[in-house]
Design a binder for this molecule. Structure first.
Ligand code: HPA
Length: 282
């Protein structure tokens, strides 16, 4: 989108939401975004309906390898889940509103819960490659915010969003009911697409990061702004730059993602089921 003709991102998300509700025939409760390594969850959970994101107003087909381009509708217990197989990253160059468009669309299509998944570099050797972790907080090093630009329309109005509880303690507790061994850590979001330097990773450690990656933080900020509760999970596909002495590669990230697919897909499916069970109690 160029600035002269830029559509209001909230209006565009409303148009997209109307399209999705119309195509799927109902509103939904949860949006789950499948990042690198998490795509297997889509086959564990049987979709009742599916659309290509290229059909949905304002969506861009993800260009990152390992990212699919469809939006699926899945029933998990009584909850209706939108599964997005692949996301748009800042480094693809479509602008920050594109990165969070799916989150805003899902919110306008009824979703109150956002479950984000990603592949991440890991600073914690004690967790090891292949570990899955819950994100407890983030450090946004991208230099961007999805709330830049025109103020949101009422009733969203207000840019100065509180992020003290960005990653829901309640949802992390539910995830721990599924797997009590899941570690929690701080995710540092970089713009990418280059990997970090060893010096950046040393700095990240001093700043309190456990995981590094190129997604998630924009989506979380946009979701909190629009009133969604957020759970985020990382798959540690590699030790972060300089820790093992080995070079990093996108292929390695994909290979670990592939090797972990069944395990993390099952984990995500079980967490979604548990979120549904808990939602029936409230
Ligand atoms: N850095 C940033 N993003 C990543 C990494 C990493 O080491 N691994 C997977 N995504």
């Amino acid at each position: 989108m160029n600035s002269a003709t830029e559509t209001n991102p909230y209006e565009l998300a409303k148009v997209a939401a109307d399209f999705v509700v119309d195509k799927f025939g109902s509103k939904h409760d949860i949006l789950a975004v499948l990042g690198s390594g998490w795509a297997h969850a889509a086959s564990v959970l049987e979709a009742t309906n599916e659309i290509s994101v290229t059909e949905i107003p304002g969506f861009t087909k993800p260009s990152a390898i390992g990212h699919g381009g469809s939006l699926k509708s899945v029933s998990v217990g009584k909850s209706k889940v939108l599964l997005l197989t692949g996301r748009t990253h800042l480094y693809e160059g479509h602008g920050v509103n594109s990165v969070v468009h799916a989150v805003r669309t899902a919110a306008f299509a009824g979703c109150k819960t956002l479950v984000l998944t990603n592949a991440a570099g890991c600073l914690r050797q004690d967790w090891g490659v292949g570990a899955t972790a819950l994100i407890s907080d983030h450090i946004n090093l991208t230099g961007f915010s999805p709330l830049t630009g025109a103020d949101a329309p009422e009733p969203l109005h207000g840019r100065f969003v509180d992020l003290t509880d960005a990653y829901s303690a309640r949802l992390r507790k539910i995830a721990h009911q599924v797997d009590s061994t899941l570690p929690e850590g701080v995710y540092m979001g970089f713009h990418g697409p280059h990997f970090e330097t060893p010096a950046e990773i040393r700095a990240a450690r001093v700043w309190g990061a456990d995981l590094v990656g190129m997604s998630t933080v924009m989506e979380t900020i946009a979701a909190r702004h629009i009133g969604m509760e957020v759970l985020a999970l990382s798959l540690a596909t590699n030790l972060a730059a300089g820790i093992s002495g080995e070079k990093l590669s996108g292929e390695e990230v994909l290979a670990i993602g592939k090797a972990s697919a069944t395990r993390v897909g099952g984990l995500l499916a079980n967490i979604l089921k548990q979120i549904d069970i808990e939602s029936q109690k409230s």
